[in-house]
Design a protein around this ligand. Structure first.
Ligand SMILES: [Zn+2]
Length: 484
């Protein structure tokens, strides 16, 4: 790689996108990019892991139409207000005639799904209803496009749930946060903090919004999955009702959860990559083991080496390890760099010596040294080494993450922390609407956004702590960071 990640993250990211062939931004429609196979293969694995987790918690998959009639949008006032500026409208069909009403390319699917939920839910036996879909959503973003993070088409999952009681809905939010931890950190190696967003920064139509925030290598924050407690804000206008024990029609309690897989992928490669290129968790790598034959002048020996490589590949593929042999004309050194740049976790080098002794020279992407192993042990060793790569990545990411959280008690300290990059932890007057003016002022001065209060700890200010802006007694400890 020409660019160093920690010196010039933005250039590093652009370079890795091109060199590892992850995406192509040259598609001739502004704000839309093409995802290339090397990213899609990992993204597919991410979907599998996320959906497996969702299904284990009782969510069922569905496919909803991508077009939503405009009248659906107007049922929930703050939702339409929040999303209207971003909607792509389909207004006519191929014969040039206008539709009776405009159709939205879904920016999110509440207003498509809840219309149907009102038909599906009658009594208590229809609850809970837990449904999700994978798909694309469309938002007319006006800021500059950055592959995977921001474009006008997002690749995501959305789960939409209905319950008989508020208690169950709140429990669902907690379950979503736990699942986020298990998948985002456990599988994707992305450290994050879960926040309850301030009142002024909620999802349009939600009672509360919870979101996982992580930090990019340049210290800017990025939102990962979010979960929203919708309460009865949608079920009332959409008429999603059930008859309770006494036969009384009652609006259901709702939650929704939206992990944007493309953005998570962008975050993951940014956090885990290094100056040699991509680094990928073992389960997500499109190729998990690359076999590089070391061929010398002797044809007969070369043939034997290649045959041995195929034997190794066959054994690993049988155990479902994604394994390839690089038998291109390039030099071994070139191949090593190339597959390192692509983030392949395990490399085998096979020359005449390895073939004669029935051995393999192995190295992993996260460590420098090489070792020699026996052919008979390869399945067990690949499994262990794969886990080791994932563990190494996770530990390094966590360590870097903890290094960038600092306290700030006044505006000067806050500016210093934000200039260095990362989260500042500050005393603040309120995360209710009355705190908004302070948040706006702080943002105008520092370009920092208040991310909210931490959900996994009960951090409270001291009695003497004052709001960093207005000087009133602080009710909360909030986190603040600059975002893209
Ligand atoms: Zn204040």
């Amino acid at each position: 790689m020409d660019n160093k990640k920690n010196e010039n993250f933005s250039e590093w990211f652009t370079e890795i996108i091109q060199k590892a062939e992850l995406a192509d931004i040259r598609y001739n429609l502004k704000g839309f990019i093409v995802f290339r196979p090397w990213s899609v293969l990992s993204i597919e694995e991410m979907y599998k892991l996320y959906e497996k987790e969702l299904q284990s918690k009782g969510h069922k998959p569905t496919y909803f139409p991508i077009l939503i009639p405009e009248s659906n949008f107007h049922l929930e006032a703050s939702h339409v207000e929040g999303f209207s500026p971003e909607v792509f409208w389909v207004t006519e069909h191929g014969k040039g005639e206008k539709f009776e009403e405009r159709l939205a390319l879904r920016p999110t699917s509440e207003t498509a799904m809840y219309k149907m939920y009102s038909l599906w839910i009658q009594g208590k036996s229809d609850l809970p209803l837990k449904i999700y879909q994978r798909g694309t959503v469309y938002r007319y973003e006006t800021k500059a496009t950055r592959p995977f993070f921001r474009s006008r088409e997002l690749v995501w999952i959305e789960a939409h749930n209905c319950f008989a009681t508020k208690k169950e809905a709140v429990k669902q939010v907690k379950e979503d946060l736990k699942m986020t931890e298990k998948v985002m950190y456990g599988e994707f190696c992305i450290p994050f903090i879960g926040f309850q967003r301030p009142e002024w920064d909620k999802f349009p139509g939600a009672v509360h919004t919870y979101a996982a925030d992580t930090l990019m290598p340049d210290g800017k924050v990025i939102q990962m999955p979010s979960t929203h407690l919708l309460g009865q804000n949608f079920s009332k206008p959409f008429n999603v009702m059930f008859a309770d024990e006494k036969g009384k029609q009652t609006p259901v309690w709702q939650t929704c959860h939206g992990p944007c897989i493309s953005r998570i992928y962008g975050g993951m490669i940014s956090i885990l990559g290094d100056d040699q290129g991509l680094r990928l968790p073992f389960k997500l790598a499109p190729v998990q083991v690359i076999i590089v034959p070391i061929l010398k002048g002797d044809d007969a020996k070369n043939k034997a080496v290649l045959k041995y490589c195929k034997k190794i590949q066959k054994k690993l593929i049988k155990k479902e390890f994604r394994t390839e042999i690089d038998s291109s004309e390039n030099t071994p050194g070139f191949k090593f760099n190339q597959w390192e740049m692509k983030g392949v976790p395990i490399r085998f080098e096979i020359g005449p010596k390895e073939f004669e002794q029935n051995k393999i020279t192995l190295s992993i992407r996260t460590k420098k040294q090489k070792e020699t192993i026996d052919f008979k042990d390869i399945v067990k060793i690949v499994k262990n080494k794969g886990e080791e790569v994932t563990k190494d990545l996770k530990e390094e990411a966590s360590k870097n993450f903890l290094d960038v959280i600092h306290d700030a008690k006044n505006m000067n300290e806050l500016k210093q922390v934000l200039d260095k990059g990362g989260f500042a932890r500050i005393p603040f007057c309120s995360v209710e609407m009355e705190g908004r003016e302070c948040a706006d002022n702080v943002k105008a001065e520092t370009h920092g956004d208040i991310r909210g209060i931490r959900v996994d700890s009960k951090e409270k200010p001291n009695e003497t702590d004052k709001c960093i802006w207005c000087g009133k007694s602080a009710k909360e400890i909030v986190y603040i960071a600059r975002q893209y």
